[in-house]
Design a protein around this ligand. Structure first.
Ligand code: PEP
Ligand code: MG
Length: 576
C-alpha cells in the first residue's frame, strides 16, 4: 500500500480501479467506422489540418521574433509538408478506402513514408523525416484533443481517472463519463479544473507530481478528496475504513438538509444573502433544491469551450433564459465570459494562444474588448434573457476604469440595437465588476461612479496579490487566503463600496471555506456566493456565529504581520 499526498481539490471519497490517461505518449488505435460516418471523419481530419496551420503561424511569429528570418524558414518547410498530397489527399483516401479513423489513417501514411526515408543514402534527406514526424505529431495531437473530449467512450464505469493534467474543457466532458473521481500530477486548489470538479461533484486530488507514472490502468486506488491523497493498492482494512467514512459523510450531508430554506442569519440577527455559483447547466436542479437566495456568479465559459466557433446570440439567450426563469424572482448575476488563463477556447479568433503568462494575458474583458463583436453578442443575449427574471451583469478581470466605460458603451449600443429591432428587454439593468486584480481593489473608489455593485473574486485576487499562480502545485503552500495583504484588500473594498452605497458580494472559493466565514461575516459583506457542494455547510457556519464580536475582527487582523497570527487569533475566539 502506498499513500501519495497531493492537494484536496474537490471533496468526497472514491474507491475503484485506476484508468491512466496517456497524455504525452500518442497511442493510436485502429477504429473501424461505419460507412455513413466516413465523410464526417474526413471533415474532422481537415479541421485538424487547419488547426495545425494556425499552430505553424503562431510558431513562425515566435521564431521570427526570437531567432530571425533564417530560422523561420523551417516553418515554411513544415507548411510544405502539411500541404503535401501525402497529407491532403492520401490520408482522406485511406480513411474512405479502409473505413478507419483519421488518427490511424494518418499514422499508417506516415509510417509508409518513413520506410522510404530510411532507405535513402543521403543523410541530409534521411534526417528530413523528423520534420515529417513533427508535423504528423501536431496533427495527431489535434485529432486526439478532439476525441479526448468524449472520455466517456474510452473509460470504464466507476474508475478513478489518473492524468498528468486535465484542462477545464476536459473536466466539463467528465460529467458524461462514469468516472468516480480524478487525480492529476499538476494543478492547484483554485484552478478552474478543481472548481469544475466541485461543481460536478466529482472527488478530485491534484498536484500529485508523478502519480500518472506510478499507476497503471487497473490498479486498485482510494482517492480521498477531503484530505488530498491517493492510496495505491489499499489493504482490505483500509478499504472498509474508507467505506465507513463514505457512509458517515452521507449521513452528515443528510443532517444538514433541515437547513434548506432557513434564513442565513447570525445568532445576533445579522442577515446575509447566501447564493450559489453556477458553472455548468447540469447543476441547476441541485441548486434549486438548496433554496438559494440567488446565483451570485453564473460562469458562462462552458458555452464557449470545446467548440470551433463562439455560440450564437440565440443559443446564448436560450441558455441564460432557462436559468433566469428557474430562479425568478431571485437574482442571477451573469458574468460575461472570462476566456483565457487556463480556460483556453479555440474559437477561430485571434485569441490568446501560446502566451508565456496566460493568467496575465488576454483574458476576460481584455479579450472581449479586442473582439467587441463577441462581447456585444453576449450582452444582447443577456439583455434578451433578462426579460425572464432578475438579471445583473458582471464584467470579469477589470483592471482600468476605461474598460468599464467601454463595457458600458457596448451595453448601450446593444440596448439601442435591440430597441431599433423592436425587441423587448428591460430598460434598466445593474452592471457590476469583478474585483480580482489588486490595482482595482486599491483604486475602487474611482470605479464606483460607473458600477452598481462589486463582486470580489478571491481566487484571482489572492493569486495576483501574492504572485502565486493558482494552478501551480509547487507554490500552493504560498496561496494563503488569510495573508494580511488579502484581508486588507477585502476589507478595503467592502468598506469603500459601502461608503458609496454599493453592495458587495464575494464569489471566490474563500466563501466555501468554513474557516474563512467568520472573517467575511465580520467584514459585513452583503452576499456570499458559494460552491453548491458547500452551501448548507456555510449556512450552518453563519448561523453559529455572532456578528457583534466579529465586526472589528478584520481591523485587529490587520495589525498582524502574518497569517499564522491571524489563524491563532481566530482559534483563540473558538472560531477555527
Ligand atoms: C475568482 O477569481 O475568484 C472568481 C470567482 O473567478 P474565476 O474563479 O472564474 O476566475
Ligand atoms: Mg476570477
Amino acid at each position: 500500500m502506498v499513500v501519495i499526498k497531493g492537494i484536496a481539490a474537490s471533496p468526497g471519497i472514491s474507491i475503484g480501479k485506476a484508468y491512466v490517461l496517456e497524455d504525452d505518449e500518442i497511442v493510436v488505435n485502429r477504429i473501424e467506422l461505419p460507412r455513413e460516418l466516413l465523410r464526417a471523419e474526413v471533415k474532422r481530419f481537415k479541421s485538424a489540418q487547419k488547426a495545425t496551420h494556425r499552430d505553424l503561424d503562431a510558431a513562425e511569429a515566435k521564431v521570427l521574433k526570437l531567432l530571425g528570418k533564417q530560422h523561420a524558414k523551417l516553418i515554411d518547410a513544415h507548411r510544405l509538408i502539411l500541404r503535401d498530397t501525402l497529407i491532403t489527399r492520401e490520408v482522406p483516401q485511406r480513411i474512405i478506402r479502409e473505413g478507419v479513423n483519421a488518427e490511424f489513417a494518418l499514422s499508417e501514411s506516415l509510417e509508409a513514408v518513413n520506410q522510404q526515408f530510411e532507405k535513402m543514402e543521403d543523410e541530409f534527406f534521411r534526417e528530413r523525416r523528423h520534420d515529417l514526424f513533427d508535423v504528423g505529431k501536431r496533427l495527431l495531437s489535434h485529432l486526439l484533443k478532439q476525441s479526448k473530449r468524449s472520455l466517456s467512450n474510452i473509460i470504464d464505469s466507476n474508475c478513478v481517472l489518473i492524468a498528468r493534467n486535465l484542462l477545464p474543457s476536459d473536466t466539463l466532458g467528465l460529467h458524461e463519463s462514469k468516472i468516480s473521481g480524478f487525480a492529476t500530477d499538476l494543478g492547484g486548489k483554485t484552478s478552474h479544473t478543481a472548481i469544475l470538479a466541485q461543481s460536478l461533484e466529482i472527488p478530485a486530488v491534484v498536484g500529485l507530481s508523478d502519480i500518472s507514472r506510478r499507476l497503471k490502468t487497473g490498479d486498485q486506488v482510494i482517492l480521498d478528496g477531503d484530505q488530498g491523497m491517493v492510496i495505491i493498492n489499499p489493504g482490505p482494512e483500509t478499504i472498509s475504513k474508507y467505506q465507513r467514512a463514505q457512509q458517515k459523510s452521507l449521513q452528515d450531508e443528510r443532517a444538514l438538509e433541515s437547513l434548506r430554506g432557513q434564513p442565513t442569519v447570525t445568532l445576533d440577527g445579522k442577515s446575509f444573502r447566501l447564493e450559489a455559483n453556477l458553472d455548468a447547466p447540469e447543476e441547476i436542479k441541485s441548486i434549486l433544491a438548496l433554496q438559494v437566495d440567488g446565483i451570485g456568479l453564473f460562469r458562462t465559459e462552458y458555452l464557449f469551450l470545446n467548440r470551433p466557433a463562439p455560440p450564437l446570440e440565440e443559443e446564448q439567450a436560450k441558455a441564460y433564459a432557462g436559468i433566469v426563469k428557474a430562479l425568478d424572482p431571485r437574482p442571477v448575476v451573469i458574468r460575461t465570459a472570462d476566456i483565457g488563463g487556463d480556460r483556453l477556447a479555440d474559437l477561430g479568433i485571434d485569441g490568446p494562444k501560446n502566451e508565456t503568462n496566460p493568467f496575465m494575458g488576454l483574458r476576460g474583458v481584455r479579450l472581449f474588448l479586442r473582439h467587441t463583436d463577441l462581447f456585444k453578442t453576449q450582452l444582447r443575449a443577456i439583455l434578451r434573457a433578462s426579460l425572464k427574471g432578475n438579471v445583473r451583469i458582471l464584467i470579469p478581470m477589470v483592471s482600468s476604469v476605461g474598460e468599464v466605460q467601454s463595457a458600458r458603451r457596448l451595453l448601450s449600443q446593444a440596448q439601442a440595437e435591440l430597441q431599433a429591432e423592436g425587441a423587448d428587454f428591460p430598460k434598466k439593468i445593474e452592471l457590476g465588476i469583478m474585483v480580482e486584480i489588486p490595482s482595482t481593489a486599491m483604486m475602487l473608489e474611482a470605479f464606483l461612479p460607473f458600477v452598481d455593485f462589486v463582486s470580489i473574486g478571491t481566487n484571482d485576487l489572492i493569486q495576483y496579490t501574492l504572485a502565486v499562480d493558482r494552478i501551480n502545485e509547487h507554490v500552493t503552500h504560498l496561496y494563503d487566503p488569510f495573508h494580511p495583504a488579502v484581508i486588507y484588500l477585502l476589507d478595503h473594498v467592502i468598506q469603500t463600496a459601502h461608503k458609496k452605497g454599493r453592495w458587495v458580494g464575494i464569489c471566490g472559493e474563500m466563501t466555501s471555506d468554513p474557516q474563512a466565514v467568520p472573517l467575511l461575516v465580520g467584514m459585513g459583506v452583503d452576499s456570499l456566493s458559494v460552491s453548491p457542494r458547500m452551501f448548507l455547510r456555510i449556512k450552518q457556519a453563519v448561523r453559529s456565529l455572532r456578528y457583534g464580536p466579529l465586526s472589528g475582527f478584520a481591523a485587529k487582523a490587520l495589525a498582524c504581520s502574518d497569517s499564522e497570527q491571524i489563524r491563532r487569533m481566530l482559534a483563540d475566539q473558538g472560531l477555527q
